[in-house]
Design a binder for this molecule. Structure first.
Ligand code: SF4
Length: 1007
């Protein structure tokens, strides 16, 4: 900006080609608008912004021209030229019209930077027309010039924040560090060559392979600033790191040492790491003549979900000749074909060579295959068997756990000097060709990919496959040499990948059902009718539970293969355990206490634990994240074992839910999706039918949401009533009163949710509402353990007891989806309430839907999302409420109830939340504007505050932020701070009135 450095100039043919194509796309769109009859005015001049062009733009806007091309704006140091300004009939200072911005972009996926650019243009535009445009648009190729529209308000807060941050940075006095710290933009930055040279000249710590920013920060605080200095840091460390485990610093110290030794020797050095069972070189299976070396080329930015555009693999023919297969897939159909071809090849190879494996480098390949399996709903069991049989061997893991090399990145290319591999295709040519291929795929122009480009990329891909083979052979050599020196290195024991007969029968049944349900359904979603789409969703959701279960098992195998230090990074893992002593149990099955260092953990108690490798270890009896101790109920065979790390894994059988879906599928295949009869709620849900209330409106004019909810509760005639309740709008309060109204009218009511805790919460609210109304209420809840009954609430442990209670005089019964999906639950209640329906999968809600004619879905998809693990066909991996909303931010007046009054948020906070997430429909109830914090200190007044904290490299905890929070809390408590409630009453603020929300447990530890 100050002109002190000359911007490096590259003539990049790729960038030039992109520029030309971008211009052509813009011209074509302008022509399209002209053909459509719009009056087009072009603000001439190829680039640059001056007052004359700004004046011309304003002139055209004032005249109300339909389309303005290359409009120019200047204001407060910001400038912009908009591709297109399009007139909309929304009044503004200009008259009965205003303008919205349209940008033409080549990339099919709109990126964050584009949105920020559009926000800036919209803001510049709003200054002229005195109205912020409601929408901003992007037009990409191959869409028939249909713009993609974005609500300006949805991004306004983020944009303002980003703009202020940038302006703040630009105002900084010189002397602030502008050192070229490496970041994700570097690989495509024009300054990359001088920046890399500077870091190398400084022997920057980022040159150490595998080092993190947190580690660099810690080392700098200890005045270790260079790779060379780190290499000679005394071991064991004489200091305890503030961040992270000591052994991770020892590891990077050793990495720095070998890199410095390699530099001195002028060649790549390596050394073997200590041999550990099941890790590193012990993960290499016995080589087979059938082995395959796989490498996929993919581009995550093509369409939605990316494209695997080249499937390459090397193997030996029966006569021993090496063969390379490279199948191109430049669009969806060929991608499916290439995927199926490879899987079929692998399965037949397996039959021919039962000891074969598929080698790859880094986890990309198996992940991509799982993704494709989910995308095309094909070869699912083949992939499942291959994964369960551990056919895939990740050579990157073998390298990282088995050796240390004097390289700056553990990429296969950097390793090649160790095994003298020579590439046939120069890397420079290959990366240029790959970049071009990917750009052409991203802009939807695959037909222009030339054979020469394909040959270069395929040559590179072939080299990668051959390199993986050479690496495997070299690692075998390292392994043999270690064994010859006395190391004990076993081969992994292969698990079997056989499919049980029961699963085989299930698959056949589901496949037949899918075929019946989708007989007349077009493959292209845009060509389906509503009913056809509902049947498609039903067909492809039938196997949802099995996919989730399979994914859970794959996760088990992944976790079982991790080293102790890797489990430190896993939420399901807990590492750095130190045995404290026995705290209960028996001699044979003691309860042992372990201490652990701060880390991100998702254990809450009751989970089964496994040791590295997968052997069972025990069960979590109790865990305290505050004290960082875990009590484990041991097994007889683990009573004497104290591992450094363990992981939790549990697969809960979902057969009952899957069966429930299959019953709906059978019915719909025989009787169609419409009409009266069984499974009406499920069919209404699938077709997104509005709540069936006869002539009754969902909401009367001036009626409160509570009034509407209790009025329509007993008027439901078989279907689904969704209720969207943003924070503080009394969703549970309203749900509880609806249940009371239903019981009063003689109805039986069921309650379900994703956890016993959520269910209990609604039950408690029901009991409270009944007490307030003086209404007798008999409730039963199915729970897992022994619990003492409460007044009007009976706990039962078996399904039969619960259904007996319902058949008797109980009014309300509650349990998880596993209870309500049982065949005997069919029509057990009149209305089933699903609480937190935005976190319950559509599959599970369909699974329980037969329990009642009417479903009430309570929740809010704008808050927490439903967690899924598996890859599912498009549209089936959503929560029930998300499915109903179908991409809308809020539920429409004819679709259900939107609870628009928050009883919690001050209007200053509500305005932000409402604008961003609820289409400005959420409002604070009168009186909340009185809420306020009064203080002489820093925290006072109303609304949101943003406190920026400078820090780098933190992932799930930040001591810098924790310190600022400590200061804020101390400031509140130390400055006689009061808060005023909505009735105007003043209250003193104590520690218990302050809620601190952190996204990670590790940050809670910091706090
Ligand atoms: S190469 Fe990296 S560090 Fe250098 S200017 Fe570009 S983004 Fe910044």
């Amino acid at each position: 900006a100050r002109g002190e450095l000359q911007r490096p100039r590259f003539w990049d043919p790729l960038l030039q080609a992109l520029f030309d194509r971008g211009l052509a796309h813009e011209r074509a769109y302008v022509e399209h608008l002209r053909q459509a009859g719009h009056h087009v005015v072009e603000i001439d001049g190829p680039a640059g912004i001056d007052e004359a062009r700004v004046d011309k733009t304003i002139e055209a806007m004032v005249a109300g021209v339909g389309v303005i091309v290359q409009g120019a704006f200047l204001r407060d140091g910001w400038a912009g030229r908009t591709d297109i300004l399009k007139r909309v009939e929304v009044a503004s200072a200009l008259g009965a019209w205003s303008y919205e911005v349209i940008d033409t972009k080549l990339a099919r996926r709109t990126k964050g930077a584009t949105i920020l650019q559009l926000c800036l243009y919209s803001e510049l535009l709003s200054a002229v027309q005195a109205r912020m445009p409601e929408y901003m648009h992007v037009v990409t190729p191959g869409t028939g010039f249909r713009p993609e529209s974005y609500r300006t308000a949805s991004f306004g807060a983020y944009y303002r924040q980003a703009r202020r941050g940038f302006e703040h940075f630009l105002r900084r006095e010189s002397g602030e560090s502008t050192y070229p710290e490496p970041n994700e933009h570097c690989p495509v930055c024009v300054w990359r060559t001088p920046c890399a040279a500077r870091r190398r000249a400084d022997d920057h710590l980022c040159l150490v392979a595998g080092i993190t920013k947190v580690q660099i920060g810690e080392l700098r605080r200890r005045e270790i600033e260079t790779t060379g200095a780190l290499a000679v840091t005394p071991l064991p460390l004489t200091w305890k790191p503030e961040r992270g485990a000591a052994h991770s610093y020892e590891r990077i110290r050793e990495q720095a040492r070998i890199q410095v030794e390699g530099r001195a020797a002028g060649k790549t050095l390596y050394e073997a790491l200590a041999v550990l069972p099941d890790l590193g070189l012990a993960r290499l299976p016995t080589p087979s003549a059938g082995d395959v070396f796989l490498d996929l080329e993919g581009d995550p930015f093509v369409d939605e979900g990316g494209l695997e555009y080249l499937f390459g693999y090397v193997f030996d023919e029966e006569d021993g000749t090496q063969k390379y297969c490279g199948e191109w897939a430049l669009s969806r159909e060929p991608e499916k074909h290439a995927f199926e071809t490879f899987v079929d090849f692998a399965i037949s190879r397996w039959a021919q060579y039962p000891d074969f494996h598929i080698y790859h480098y880094a986890p990309y390949e198996p992940s991509a295959l799982k993704r494709l399996m989910g995308r095309y709903v094909t070869r699912e069991d083949e992939i499942d068997r291959m994964l369960r049989a551990s056919l895939f061997v990740d050579l990157y893991q073998v390298v990282r756990q088995g050796i240390r090399a004097s390289i700056e990145r553990y990429s296969i290319k950097e390793l090649e000097s160790l095994f003298s591999f020579t590439r046939a295709t120069p890397l420079e040519d290959a990366s240029q060709a790959m970049a071009t291929v990917q750009v052409l795929l991203e802009v939807g122009d695959p037909q222009t990919i030339t054979d020469a480009l394909k040959d270069t990329v395929a040559g590179y891909n072939r080299d990668d496959c051959l390199s993986a083979r050479a690496l495997r052979d070299w690692l075998e050599g390292v392994r043999s040499s270690l064994i010859s020196k006395g190391a004990l290195l076993e081969r992994p024991i292969p698990p079997t990948g056989e499919v049980s007969e029961v699963r085989g029968e299930w698959q056949a049944r589901i496949a037949a059902l899918i075929a019946r349900l989708t007989l007349d359904v077009p493959a292209d979603a845009r060509e389906r009718t509503g009913d056809q789409h509902a049947r498609w969703i039903l067909a492809y959701i039938l196997d949802w539970h099995r996919r989730e279960e399979k994914t859970a098992w794959w996760e088990y195998f992944r976790l079982a293969a991790l080293a102790d230090e890797d489990l430190f990074e896993e939420r399901a893992g807990i590492a750095g355990l130190t045995f404290v002593g026995a705290v209960g149990g028996t001699a044979k099955a003691p309860v042992h206490r372990y201490r652990f260092p701060p880390q991100e953990i998702e254990l809450r108690g009751g989970e089964p634990l496994h040791q590295r490798g997968g052997d069972k270890f025990g069960k979590v009896e109790r865990i305290s994240l505050d004290d960082r101790v875990i009590d484990v109920k041991k097994r007889t065979d683990t009573a004497m074992i104290h591992p450094e790390a363990v992981f939790s894994h549990n697969v809960i059988g979902t057969g009952v839910l899957a069966e429930a879906l299959a019953r709906i599928g059978d019915y719909v295949a025989d009787h169609g999706i419409a009409g009266d009869g069984p499974y009406q709620a499920a069919r209404h849900l699938l077709t997104r039918a509005p709540p069936p209330l006869g002539a009754e409106p969902i909401r009367l004019p001036k009626e409160t949401t509570l009034g509407a909810a209790t009025r329509i509760a007993s008027k439901l005639q078989g279907g689904v009533l969704p209720i969207q309740g943003p924070p503080g709008t009394g969703k549970t309060h309203i749900g509880a009163r609806m249940i009371c109204a239903l019981v009063k009218s003689g109805a039986k009511v069921g309650i379900t949710a994703t956890s016993h805790k959520v269910i209990r919460n609604l039950l408690n609210a029901v009991l409270e509402a009944a007490r307030e109304a003086g209404q007798l209420m008999r409730c039963a809840q199915k729970v897992d353990g022994d619990e003492e009954d409460l007044p009007q609430l009976t706990f039962v442990e078996s399904n039969d007891e619960l259904f007996d209670a319902l058949r008797g005089n109980y009014d309300v019964a509650a349990g998880t989806a596993w209870l309500w999906a049982r065949p005997e639950a069919q029509d057990a209640v009149d209305v089933l309430f699903v609480d937190e329906a935005a976190q319950m999968s559509l599959a599970n809600v369909l699974g329980v839907s037969h329990a009642a004619k009417n479903l009430v879905l309570l929740g809010d998809p704008r808050q927490l999302d439903q967690p899924t693990q598996g890859s599912h066909p498009e549209g089936t991996s959503v929560s029930a409420l998300d499915y109903v909303l179908d991409g809308q931010l809020t539920i429409g007046a004819e679709q259900g109830l939107f609870l628009e009054n928050t009883w919690r948020l001050h209007p200053d906070i509500c305005a932000f939340t409402s604008e961003l997430f609820y289409e400005s429909r959420l409002e604070a109830v009168p009186g909340l504007e009185r809420q306020e914090v009064r203080s002489r200190g820093r925290v006072r007044g109303t609304g949101l505050r943003y406190v920026p904290v400078d820090h780098q490299g933190n992932q799930n905890s930040s001591p810098e932020e924790a310190e600022v929070i400590r200061e804020l809390v101390a400031g509140i408590l130390g400055s006689s701070t009061f808060w005023i409630d909505r009735h105007g009453t003043e209250h003193a603020i104590g520690l218990n009135d302050i809620l601190i929300i952190a996204p990670y447990n590790a940050q809670v530890f910091e706090l």
